[in-house]
Design a protein around this ligand. Sequence first.
Ligand SMILES: [Cu+2]
Length: 189
Amino acid sequence: MQKVIIVFLAACLAASAGAISGKIAAAKGTSVVWVEAISGKTFPAPAKPQLMDQKSLLFQPHVIAVQVGTTVEFLNSDKVQHNIFWPSISGNKKLGHNLGTWPTGEKRSFKFDTPGVVPLLCNVHPEMSGFVIVSPTPYFALTDAEGNYKISDVPNGSYTVSAWHEGAKVQSKPVSVNGDATQDFALSK
Ligand SMILES: [Cu+2]
């Protein structure tokens, strides 16, 4: 009897959430997929900051994804000064910001309270670029080198998932999670 109950409970737990996975067809590089805001649901901001380094005249990694409310620490690991600014967030110029310019070994922090795509630039080195993708929910993932992604532990429900790739239009699609679900994207300009 006890075993039956345990199996039943396990089945209930397994059925209450699932993973959203799929493949992003896009140009070379990392894509990011996230679940859009869920009406009636809010999520506590993560306490742990994320790091974006400036090293060898590159933003490293080139793309990071964070949940909205996350503080990103921007480190300068080079011997030269770097600046960081973003002209907009998801095209909204009112959300543009200049963090300033700072020397080697120092870092400056910024808390991203607005979801969207943040294109990072350095006004000392015009060739430098990077991205912070700010997800409205904790349900987001970066793709691997083959374009595969997996967002784990999404509660059952109906959602909009969006996918981003550098230089391509953000695409949104519906997805219904009832256990595991799949959604593929093809991203182009
Ligand atoms: Cu720079």
